[in-house]
Write a protein that binds this ligand. Structure first.
Ligand code: F6R
Length: 232
């Protein structure tokens, strides 16, 4: 597992380059996508650079990591987030963009496999070490499933909602084994509330820190800013 320390803008620059290289070299590649604050600047850079360099996403397929369950506000859905932070800015076909749903989640891993497997997966990390919505103590062999959100995660995500009680309590999420099948993984960790999770993920594989499963993946790069630098 590689660790790169950079400021937020350089992280977004570097990861947007990895994305565009993947799409340029393999126009029908499969991308695994995350929502939340961490990838927003990366998505902006992808939009700008894809326009400049005329990179087409027409044949790209995407699979998002997760989606809220029983969410009553469409504008809080991860589909809405992706449309507004990335998809509307590139020429991707809506039919090629996938999210776990109550109808498909039991087949989501197969759907990813049938599309050829994820070539590049982008991840954020929760303050409690979660990746996607795999909270502490999620089995390492989990597939796409319904997860109950921890209190800490509900608190953290309430910043996007009118109040904490509006945050859905459950979500559909890729499992840890689903994520581990990705060929290449990049993870963004910025801000001081991520530092402890990053420190823990480098220690040893331990289900109390779900992100530590990445230690045994052959191609993972962690991009952290100074505030999340575990060695400081
Ligand atoms: C979102 C996701 C989550 C976030 C994590 C960090 O699709 O999978 O695991 O990556 O909660 O969220 P931010 O980036 O908002 O700090």
């Amino acid at each position: 597992m590689k660790l790169i320390i950079e400021d937020k803008e350089k992280i977004a620059d570097a990861i947007s380059e990895v994305f565009l290289k993947t799409v340029t070299e393999k126009p029908d590649c499969v991308l695994g996508l995350a929502t939340g604050s961490s990838p927003v600047m990366t998505y902006q850079k992808i939009i700008e650079k894809a326009k400049e360099r005329k990179v087409s996403f027409k044949k790209v397929h995407t699979f998002n990591l997760d989606e809220y369950l029983n969410n009553h506000d469409e504008t809080q859905s991860y589909r809405y987030f992706m449309d507004h932070n990335l998809f509307y800015g590139i020429d991707i076909e809506k039919d090629n963009t996938n999210f776990p749903t109550e109808e498909n989640y039991e087949h989501y891993d197969e759907m990813i496999g049938q599309a050829g497997g994820i070539d590049l997966q982008i991840l954020g990390i929760g303050a409690d070490g979660h990746i996607a919505f795999n909270e502490p103590n999620t089995p390492f062999d989990s597939k796409t499933h319904i997860a109950k959100l921890e209190e800490q995660t509900i608190k953290d995500n309430s910043r996007f909602f009118a109040s904490e009680k509006d945050v859905p309590t459950h979500a559909l999420t890729m499992g840890l084994s689903t994520i581990m099948k990705s060929k290449k993984i990049v993870l963004i960790a910025t801000g001081k509330n991520k530092k402890e999770a990053v420190r823990k993920m480098f220690l040893k594989e331990d289900i109390s820190c779900p992100a530590s499963i990445l230690l045994s993946h052959p191609d993972v790069t962690i991009y952290a800013d100074e505030e999340a630098n575990p060695n400081k």
